[in-house]
Design a protein around this ligand. Structure first.
Ligand code: SF4
Ligand code: SF4
Length: 479
């Protein structure tokens, strides 16, 4: 290391994926077979099926999940939320966040290690393909067709990345559209084609090059850990009381205080570094809880293999809590474990009540542009222009009509029944006329009933009609 390099070198470890000179430290985690690895593999393949199938599954004739940002319609498990459902969507987001807080407080980063698509696809799809074609770390590398194997890996990565990009787009644009684009010419849909090309490139970049940096540097969830975890959260942790002082059992005897030769009293950790070599984020769990630990439990499996080989009890590294490792008692009931579920219960109840009492249509009455009212001289009626915006919230086509309820003598003019498909919205412009004699101080409240052809929906809405304070006096007969 040159002089200025050593000056710039950090005194402490900055990132597990950086060398002291700032260059990338490439990780080649050794796979460690074991109970957790097997369980994670089963979960991962089930999740890959779920993630890929979700946009294609339909419930009530709608996609299981469709985040249609362009039309501002969000469908979850057959229920569509429209832009007017701001409160419901806000409640849904609160439920999601509180659930994340609760799960993290109880089980640490179980999402990161077991279910996050980044971990699932990298550890159980991309990396196994790399190991298969280019050799598994810790084992002999294949020496034949090295170049061909690399090219084949890139090609397979490309196919998987393309599939992932199309699946990702299907979540936002709908599976039908994506299927149509896949079989059509790119010239017919250049924008969608470019989106898929860019996303495929990003997937390739992520799973080929960037990899664990997503968890260590980019993901905001990792940065929130210190606030979300407490001493009783379940985390992957090293039992330092049992493991330390670490050292190889072959270490030479040393002189004790009396000058006699004595064997050092070592803990169960033989400092084989298998737990470090298997870690997908390159950290040493023996240094304690770290931001980069995604809770994947690979180090548990790795260490258990070692413990079995040397005839020691398993679980030197294990799922536990900081409090237990420090000698404290298990402490499940604590403030955040009570407060989060209570908030969750309250918000979920409100969400369900609002969802159940939601009406079949959204109706909005607004004053039409232009002159607020017109007086018909012959009848002395005052007429107001009104625009009615209707959103069909049902899953079926409906025809909407309107009629006047009050005041007496008022009538609707020019309203043409409005036919709307499911989730569609449109507006009608019409006029409401009422006798001037009904107006007080230039105002009159009219009540309008809106109903649909199914008979399942009807609602009443009030609208303030405007009129003159007085009518112009009829002019004397002019010659
Ligand atoms: S795998 Fe176990 S024994 Fe080996 S270094 Fe890690 S903690 Fe120590
Ligand atoms: S320290 Fe263990 S649990 Fe944490 S990321 Fe590394 S291997 Fe996974």
């Amino acid at each position: 290391m040159s002089n200025h390099e050593s000056l710039l070198a950090p005194k402490e470890r900055v990132l597990s994926t950086l060398n002291p000179d700032g260059s990338r430290r490439w990780l080649k985690p050794r796979p460690s077979p074991g109970t957790f690895r097997t369980a994670r593999r089963i979960v991962a393949y089930l999740l890959i099926i779920v993630y890929s199938a979700m946009p294609w599954i339909t419930i009530n004739g709608k996609p299981a999940m469709l985040l249609d940002i362009i039309h501002r319609r969000f469908t979850f498990f057959g229920k569509t939320f429209l832009p007017t459902d701001t409160l419901l969507l806000a409640l849904l987001l609160i439920i999601l966040f509180i659930t994340i807080f609760l799960v993290t407080a109880l089980f640490g980063r179980v999402w990161c290690g077991w279910a996050c698509p980044q971990t699932v696809y990298l550890e159980f799809l991309y990396r196994p393909i790399e190991f298969l074609l280019e050799g598994t770390p810790g084992k002999k590398k294949p020496k034949k067709f090295v170049g061909f194997r690399k090219v084949l890996r890139v090609l397979i990565y490309f196919v998987i990345s393309l599939h992932l990009a199309q699946t990702f787009v299907a979540y936002f644009m709908g599976a039908d559209n994506v299927a149509h684009w896949i079989w059509g010419s790119p010239a017919e849909h250049p924008a969608a084609f470019m989106v898929v090309v860019v996303l495929t490139g990003l997937m390739m970049f992520d799973f080929t090059y960037f990899r664990e940096q997503v968890c260590c540097v980019v993901c905001p969830y990792a940065r929130m850990q210190s606030a979300l975890l407490d001493k009783d959260s379940l985390i992957v942790t090293y039992d330092k009381n049992r493991g330390e002082p670490r050292g190889r059992k072959t270490r030479k005897p040393m002189d004790d205080a009396s000058g006699d030769i004595a064997l050092p009293q070592l803990g169960d950790c033989i400092d084989c570094t298998m737990c470090v070599q298997t870690c997908p984020t390159g950290i040493d769990i023996r240094d304690g809880l770290q931001l980069e630990c995604i809770g994947c439990a690979q180090c548990i499996d790795a260490c258990n293999i070692v413990m079995e080989k040397i005839g020691r009890a398993p679980n030197l590294i294990k799922y536990s809590s900081e409090r237990i490792i420090e000698g404290g008692k298990k402490h499940i009931i604590r403030p955040r474990v009570i407060i989060y579920p209570l908030i969750l219960l309250a918000v979920s109840t409100l969400f369900v009540v609002l969802l159940r009492t939601q009406s079949g249509a959204d109706i909005l009455l607004i004053r039409e542009q232009g002159s607020p009212f017109v007086v018909v001289p012959e009848s002395q009626d005052v007429s107001n222009g009104v625009r009615m915006r209707i959103t069909n919230r049902t899953d079926e086509q409906r025809v909407y009509n309107a009629e006047i309820v009050s005041p007496e003598g008022a009538r609707i003019e020019g309203f043409v029944p409005l036919e709307l498909q499911s989730s569609e919205k449109d507006s009608r412009v019409f006029r409401i006329s009422a006798p001037f004699s009904q107006f007080k101080g230039g105002e009159l409240i009219a009540t309008i009933r809106v109903y649909d052809d199914s008979g399942a929906f009807e609602s009443e809405h009030t609208f303030k009609l405007l009129g003159p304070m007085s009518l112009p006096k009829a002019k004397d007969n002019e010659p």
